[in-house]
Design a protein around this ligand. Structure first.
Ligand code: ATP
Ligand code: MG
Length: 424
């Protein structure tokens, strides 16, 4: 019996992976422009890290974490998100001593035990960025500008940037109390989840998708009307800078995030094209987080984008698969051996070259070259071999010419431009 993969954990196959590589490359280039460096952190952390940072009463910690005991009885968890591990690393290595501002990005798999559906999986991938050490609303605007630029350069349209402010420890408690009182008299209409957590996490009811909660919270007080002076000014400045940079956005005062550490500016990139999996990227400020996990009182802001959702949006218009520049069709053993050496010479120069290893007929080799989309085919038979030449067919132009085998490399370099793309 064959063994299948685990539910909700996907293979990313050739044909799909090109889109992923394109998205990752685009992100790297854009993030670099803004001065971000990559950080790589482990896939597992102590469970305590996520409980303390994301919050005990959040969906993620309550019911979505993959937590295990290791062989020594320690509780460890597959990371459900990237911000907490990155901040753990920042504190552990005291990166703030090397530079008072840290701009970091990461990319990799995250794990949440959710009900798998389109755009929602148990292993999924995030590309995220964080700035630690600046309060200035310019940084909020800059992070949003970077996100906007990524979507433009990735060619993903039909997304809307929505922003909100969730206040700070000074103003949020009073707003929270107000909301608890508002919900208390409407408990009957709330869904079971929101009913259960209306005291511990009342804000969640605001963006709950259930019809009852939507109706019940329609007239709920707006967080934006209850910001303290500092938060209100901060949010006003963020909007002002976005306006100044001509970055389109909508204010959505119902948007709350599912992680407890967010303060002040929060945001999502939303789309209407993925059903209820409508958030493609999400993030916000987390001014208390670094201190909460044992570091100094440094403020931070960041976001994470879901690569599966980005790839779904990018869809079929993606990113052409690499085609071989040349396919060497050798006929007979001697020609096949020579083709093999030529192929290696071409590959060493960075040209994508392929050949047949099964001694097939010219017709079936041509069919394979066609299937691979080869740009040129070198047809090398025994007669040609004996005179040191071969026929080079241009598959796009449907023309052919004779080439000398000792000239093949330079002819191909001239045709295809060059070479060793990774060094270019
Ligand atoms: P959602 O509201 O869709 O559950 P979220 O608020 O849980 O998203 P975040 O924790 O903020 O999402 O993660 C940021 C991004 O990661 C999301 O916008 C989404 O693109 C992606 N993401 C989150 N959970 C999943 C998942 N289970 N499968 C695929 N992508 C996901
Ligand atoms: Mg979620």
């Amino acid at each position: 019996m064959s063994i299948a993969g685990i539910k909700g954990m996907n293979d990313i196959l050739p044909g799909e992976v090109e889109t992923w590589q394109f998205l990752e490359k685009t992100a790297r280039e854009v993030f670099r422009t803004y001065g971000f460096s990559e950080i790589r952190v482990p896939v597992v952390e102590k469970t305590e890290l996520f409980c303390r940072s994301i919050g005990e009463t959040t969906d993620i910690v309550e019911k979505e974490m993959y937590s295990f005991e290791d062989r020594s009885g320690n509780s460890i968890s597959l990371r459900p998100e990237g911000t907490a591990p990155v901040m753990r690393a920042l504190v552990q290595h005291k990166l703030y001593n090397l530079d008072s501002i840290n701009k970091l990005y990461y990319s990799g798999p995250m794990f949440r035990y959710e009900r798998p559906q389109k755009g929602r999986y148990r292993q999924f991938h995030q590309l995220g960025a964080e700035v630690v050490g600046v309060d200035d609303p310019k940084v909020d605007a800059q992070v949003l500008a970077m996100l906007d630029q990524f979507f433009q350069e990735a060619g993903i349209a039909d997304v809307e940037l929505q922003i909100n402010s969730l206040g700070c420890p000074e103003c949020r408690p009073a707003y929270r109390d107000l909301l608890v009182a508002y919900l208390e008299v409407r408990l009957e209409s709330l869904c079971d989840d929101c009913k259960r957590r209306y005291r511990t996490n009342p804000l969640r009811a605001l963006d709950c998708k259930s019809t009852g909660c939507k109706a019940a919270t329609a007239e709920a007080p707006s967080v934006l009307a209850h910001l303290c002076c500092g938060c209100d000014t901060h949010f006003g400045k963020v909007r002002g800078y976005l306006d100044g940079m001509n970055i389109p956005y909508a204010v959505n005062d119902r948007m709350v995030r599912g992680l407890d550490y967010y303060t002040k500016t929060t945001f999502e990139m939303v789309t209407t094209r993925l059903g209820s999996q409508n958030a493609v990227a999400a993030g916000g400020r987390y001014d208390g987080l670094v201190k909460q996990i044992g570091g100094p009182a440094l403020s931070g802001i960041g976001f994470a984008m879901g690569l599966e959702r980005l790839a779904l949006l990018k869809g079929d218009e993606a990113v052409v698969r690499d085609r071989p520049e040349i396919f060497l069709a050798g006929l007979g053993e001697a020609a096949s051996d020579r083709s093999f050496l030529l192929m290696q010479e071409l590959q060493r120069q960075g040209l994508r070259a392929e050949m047949d290893f099964e001694g097939r007929s010219l017709k079936s080799q041509m069919r394979r070259a066609d299937k691979l989309g080869a740009r040129y085919v070198l047809i090398l038979g025994e007669d040609e071999l004996s005179r040191g030449g071969a026929e080079l067919r241009d598959m796009d132009a449907a023309t052919q010419e004779d080439v000398q085998l000792d000239q093949l490399l330079s002819v191909m370099i001239e045709r295809c431009g060059l070479v060793r793309r990774d060094k270019a």
